[in-house]
Write a protein that binds this ligand. Structure first.
Ligand code: M6R
Length: 607
């Protein structure tokens, strides 16, 4: 969602903040802005809808001398996308940026308006600005005014405030991601919603807890201080060295990050298994499998949820431990039955998804052990869980998740192997390495056939709707395939259990409706019958299924035969690569913004 970057230090703050914002572009946004104190000690503000490039054009070729700057990329929630609603928001000597939602904004807005405050924007964020200005006008110090304003807002938010009067930046958050960083050599201090923005700039990172005031000031002995709500110094933060690099944001020879990330998968699979079977990850994997719960509550959102469905199948099939898989946004409000002998498993690429974090908190509160399968080391989910398995996908820039899904599902399989204690045996680990390597090899081969998938995409991209169908272990990837198409090609697509179509949706089938049938070696005949039903109603059949199957080929308008041999339970991950490429090429023919689809954000930090 919204991206925040702030900097204070002797180097040019505006350029540093712009660089940080550039790195957050992948998260999706619809406007950008900066506010800084210039060399004449004036508070400046520049903001513009659209890409960061628009903001840069507005800023022009200035030689900035700023020593303090805050910046923001906005993903609109309250108020339409326009320059005025863009952040920062400014009043007198204060400017603010905000990530999150103020749930009681409309009530507060009415009160503040009644007491004479004139709002410029439609945003909930400006409510915090007006509260702060009001508290400061009562003669309160910056710290106290921040705390008292924060106490009045409801919901999850992070606020970063630049105060020109005292030359300081102050921040506070609840349930929203925030990280501070320092570079002692250069006497610089940073703040951001994402550690990636600070890669290569800050040498040490500090993740403040909720309701901790972060105070960035050049006039203190320490550039960065943390206070509790009473104004006392606090150690309620986690620190770590910054070890991220910025290298991978390069698309290389690929036209899109999504395509690059699809291509990265074979190598990532090899390195995942090397790390967990032979390398330093084995210890953490064995530890994650030590506790055998009576049940797993698997919780996630979007693509991560679909990976969770695959993980449920792994654990139920191989460990015979019952699992419930739920959308985090539902789980958190459902008052689920939670017992101490159970465990909860949270799946997330970013580790910052608001609903997933809330679900995790609910489990912790109910004394249920929490485990994550997560990509971002040091993310909020990572920090809050009792145990974590990193999926080691590297930074995923494309908003449409591809490699993270694959790594999440496979890491789930590793967890299930650990739960059955198979990984303690070296011979078994060698055999398993061979199986995962086979998957990587077969994906390499699939990718080498991209042109064939592109040709299918060219023929079908203009049809009005798509049903992705699958049975058994292929049903979760039918859901994932449809989601991928929806989000990047903006066409209506639904994932359905193949046997379920005749209970309603088959009414929609006609000669303009495409059925992408995911067929595996299991339930083969039954799935064929389901395809027949669609064919009989003139639906267009695209089959991704076992190679050299004449019957399947005859039945299909487009047939993409693949080799499942030796993959067994890993085959849904394999077939899903075709889903990814098909969605990619359909979107390409439709001419959409593949890496940053409209309306979407990479990291969903509001509920
Ligand atoms: O960062 P997370 O994995 O927690 O994100 C969950 C979903 O928002 C995410 O998977 C989303 O559905 C993707 N855009 C799908 O491609």
């Amino acid at each position: 969602m919204c991206g925040i970057v702030g900097h204070l230090g002797p180097k040019n703050s505006v350029n540093i903040v712009l660089e940080g914002l550039k790195r957050l572009e992948y998260r999706g946004y619809d406007s950008a802005g900066v506010s800084y104190i210039d060399e004449h000690n004036e508070l400046q503000i520049y903001k513009k809808t659209g890409k960061l490039e628009n903001l840069k054009n507005l800023l022009g070729d200035q030689d900035f001398k700023a020593r303090m700057c805050i910046g923001h990329t906005r993903w609109a929630t309250h108020g339409e996308v326009n320059d005025t609603n863009s952040h920062p928001h400014m009043k007198d000597h204060i400017s603010i940026v905000h990530n999150g939602i103020i749930e009681n904004a409309s009530t507060l807005r009415k009160q503040l308006t009644a007491s004479g405050y004139e709002f410029k924007s439609q945003t909930d964020s400006e409510v915090f600005l007006s509260l702060l200005v009001t508290e400061l006008a009562k003669g309160k110090g910056f710290k106290k005014a921040m705390v008292d304003s924060f106490a009045q807002v409801e919901g999850n938010s992070a606020f970063v405030v630049l105060n020109k009067d005292v030359n300081e930046i102050m921040s506070i958050k609840k349930g929203a991601p925030l990280v501070c960083g320092i570079n002692e050599v250069n006497s610089e201090v940073f703040i951001s919603s994402d550690p990636y923005a600070l890669a290569g700039m800050a040498s040490k990172l500090y993740f403040p807890g909720d309701e901790v005031l972060c105070h960035l000031s050049a006039s203190n002995k320490n550039l960065l201080n943390f206070y509790d709500l009473e104004g006392n110094p606090t150690e309620n933060y986690m620190s770590k060295n910054q070890d991220m690099s910025v290298g991978p944001t390069d698309k290389g020879d690929f036209e899109h990050f999504m395509l690059k990330e699809i291509h990265e998968q074979p190598e990532l699979i090899r390195s995942l298994t090397q790390f967990y079977f032979q390398g330093e990850g084995l210890k953490s994997l064995l530890k994650a499998g030590e506790f055998k719960p009576s049940k797993f509550h698997i919780t996630a959102c979007g693509t991560a949820y679909y990976a969770g469905l695959l993980i449920r199948d792994f654990i139920e099939t191989f460990n015979r431990i019952p699992c419930s898989t739920e959308l985090a946004s539902e789980f958190r409000y459902r008052n689920p039955l939670l017992n101490k002998d159970e465990a909860s498993l949270f799946i997330s690429q970013s580790g910052e998804t608001a609903d997933t974090l809330a679900a995790q908190e609910l489990c912790t509160t109910n004394n249920v052990k929490t485990l994550s399968v997560v990509n971002v080391d040091g993310s909020t989910l990572f920090r809050n869980c009792d145990d974590n398995l990193l999926i080691r996908a590297g930074i995923e820039i494309g908003v449409a998740s591809t490699k993270a899904f694959t790594q999440q599902a496979l890491t789930g399989r590793l967890l299930s192997l650990s739960l059955s204690d198979e990984l303690k045996d070296e011979t078994k680990r060698v055999a398993l390495t061979a199986k995962f390597s086979l998957l990587a090899e077969k994906i390499d081969h699939l990718i080498s056939r991209s042109e064939e998938i592109k040709t299918i995409a060219e023929s079908i991209h203009n049809h009005k709707g798509f049903f992705y169908t699958g049975r058994g272990k292929y049903f979760p990837v039918a859901l994932e395939g449809a989601l991928k198409l929806k989000e990047i090609a903006y066409v209506h697509a639904e994932g359905y259990a193949a046997g379920e179509l005749k209970h309603g949706p088959i009414a929609m089938i006609d000669e303009d409706m495409v059925n992408v049938a995911l067929v595996g070696p299991e339930l083969f005949e039954k799935t064929i019958s389901n395809i027949q039903e669609i064919k009989a109603r003139k639906g267009i059949i695209v089959t991704i299924g076992p190679k050299d199957e004449e019957e399947l080929e005859e039945l299909s308008d487009y047939y993409f035969g693949i080799d499942f041999d030796g993959l067994d339970e890993l085959s849904p991950v394999y077939i899903n690569i075709v889903n990814q490429l098909l969605a990619y090429y359909i979107a390409k023919y439709k001419g959409t913004d593949i890496d940053k689809p409209r309306n979407l954000a990479k990291s969903v930090t509001v509920e």
